[in-house]
Design a protein around this ligand. Structure first.
Ligand code: ARG
Length: 463
């Protein structure tokens, strides 16, 4: 729309309409129409309160209620015509309401401003996304617990610096991600609880002289209470920033896991086989099966961090209360939410479908002198050597094995004795990978008994 007449919503003091460029930079309807149902829910709660408090007549509010339902069904049915000249979702809905019900539509905005209205709509939208994230995280954690349980005692190499360090169990590795996504879940729940205060009724910034009932609208919209300071209520976007920072940390976890899946599914590792459903082929190389979903999850983190940084920058210098800068909050959050949910769903699908290759994991677990620490610990425990001496002797034996192109358990007892003559054949018991992992029974350690205890604890917590 390029109508040059003054805006009917706020144009009383204007002689001319906005320049087309002004309209383009000002309008948010292109994206904030995603909050249509939240906007109408907020208006319905506000209208019901205006009737209950006697600020508006029951007759007017009944017309508003019916009219809002009509507008909602037009939006849901795709027949609603959004207008850029009407700037945003709030004014688009109100203008259409006027067309549908006439004069009472103009009374809806009593005791309210677009500043508390947009804060309310956006909070309702973000709250739904926190709830969606909670569901997605619970599902992903359940998928990881199933993977962990199936391979609680399957041995694999544990890495530091991506160099073989000590053997661990598949279940233990899966449970590390359960801990990470579990913290994400708790951040989601914390932030959702903290944000759940209603801005509605803060009006433009100072509250209102109408005898509104903020507790009533808060309750109707599922908020725990009204926000206690009207200046803060209209200028607070902490809830959006907590959403983005929670999403950022979770996306970082998803990205780390995705990176492992990319490595593990390569021909050089073969630790896992990803399902056809979550892989793609190459148009030129027939043998290829690419972990595209994992790669894209690894990349999604960039735009989610970007959204977090962008909104931090928007907010950092704003004086109280509302400034139009804050309209820049929504696209960042919408994009981050869409991509976070997609990444969570894709990871969930990959984890459910993937097969851990037990034999490859086991073969790799014993390579790279992964039980060297077990040998050093044995020298300490059985021969009473100081750990530093044991470390040195073990290093000499690793060098000897490496020189011969064999693994530690392949050395003869005589070769062992050449490094320290107290060594007996019992040492070979600790050089086996299965024994190595079974011995690490400290709390949180990799022993299958510990891993199973953690799986049980998580299942109980989530039940
Ligand atoms: N479209 C605006 C936003 O997204 C709504 C609030 C406008 N308020 C104002 N005083 N101009 O922030």
């Amino acid at each position: 729309m390029t109508d040059k007449s003054a805006n009917t919503m706020w144009g009383g003091r204007f002689a001319a309409g906005p320049d087309a460029i002004m309209e383009a930079i000002n309008a948010s309807i292109g994206f904030d129409q995603r909050m249509a149902s939240q906007d109408i829910a907020g208006s319905r709660a506000h209208a019901a309160m205006l009737a209950a408090t006697g600020i508006l007549s029951d007759k007017d509010v009944e017309a508003i209620r019916e009219g809002l339902l009509t507008v909602l069904s037009e939006i849901e049915g795709g027949t609603f015509e959004f207008s850029t000249a009407l700037e945003d979702i709030h004014m688009n809905v109100e203008a259409r309401l006027k067309e549908v019900i006439g004069e009472p539509a103009g009374r809806l905005h009593t005791g309210r401003s677009r500043n508390d209205q947009v804060a309310t709509d956006f909070k309702l939208w973000v709250r739904d996304q926190f709830d969606a994230a909670e569901g997605a995280l619970l599902s992903l954690i359940a998928a990881l617990l199933d993977q962990a349980e199936a391979g609680a005692d399957w041995v694999m190499p544990g890495f530091t610096h991506l160099q073989t360090a000590q053997p661990v169990t598949w279940g233990h590795h899966m449970m590390a991600y359960v801990e990470m996504f579990g913290r994400d879940l708790s951040r989601v729940r914390d932030a959702r609880a903290r944000m759940n205060e209603s801005p509605l009724g803060a009006a433009a910034l100072a509250g209102t002289s109408f005898p509104i009932d903020r507790a009533m609208t808060a309750q109707a919209l599922g908020f725990d209470r009204p926000a206690a300071n009207s200046l803060d209520a209209v200028s607070d976007r902490d809830f959006a920033l907590e959403f983005l920072s929670t999403a950022s940390i979770c996306a970082m976890h998803l990205s780390r896991f995705a990176e492992e899946l990319v490595i593990w599914s390569s021909a050089q590792f073969r630790f896992v086989t990803l399902s056809d459903r979550f892989s793609t082929g190459s148009s030129i190389m027939p043998q290829k099966k690419n972990p595209d979903a994992a790669e894209l999850i690894r990349a999604k983190v960039g735009r989610i961090y970007g959204a977090n940084t962008a909104l931090m920058m928007v907010m950092k210098g704003l004086p109280l209360a509302y400034s139009k800068d804050m309209q820049e909050d929504k696209e960042q959050v919408f994009d981050a939410a869409d991509n976070w949910m997609l990444a969570l769903a894709a990871m969930d699908g990959m984890v459910r479908d993937m097969t851990a290759n037990r034999a490859s994991l086991a073969a790799a677990a014993g390579s790279g002198f992964s039980t060297a620490t077990d040998l050093a610990d044995w020298l300490v425990r059985v021969l009473g050597l100081p750990f530093r001496d044991a470390h040195h002797i073990t290093g000499a034996l690793v060098a000897m094995a490496e020189g011969q192109g064999i693994d530690l358990p392949d050395l003869t007892l005589d070769q062992m004795k050449s490094a320290h003559d107290g060594i007996t054949k019992d040492v070979f018991d600790v050089l086996g990978v299965e024994n190595s992992v079974a011995s690490r029974t400290s709390y949180g350690g990799t022993a299958p008994v510990q891993v199973r205890a953690q799986i049980a604890r998580w299942r109980e917590t989530l039940a």
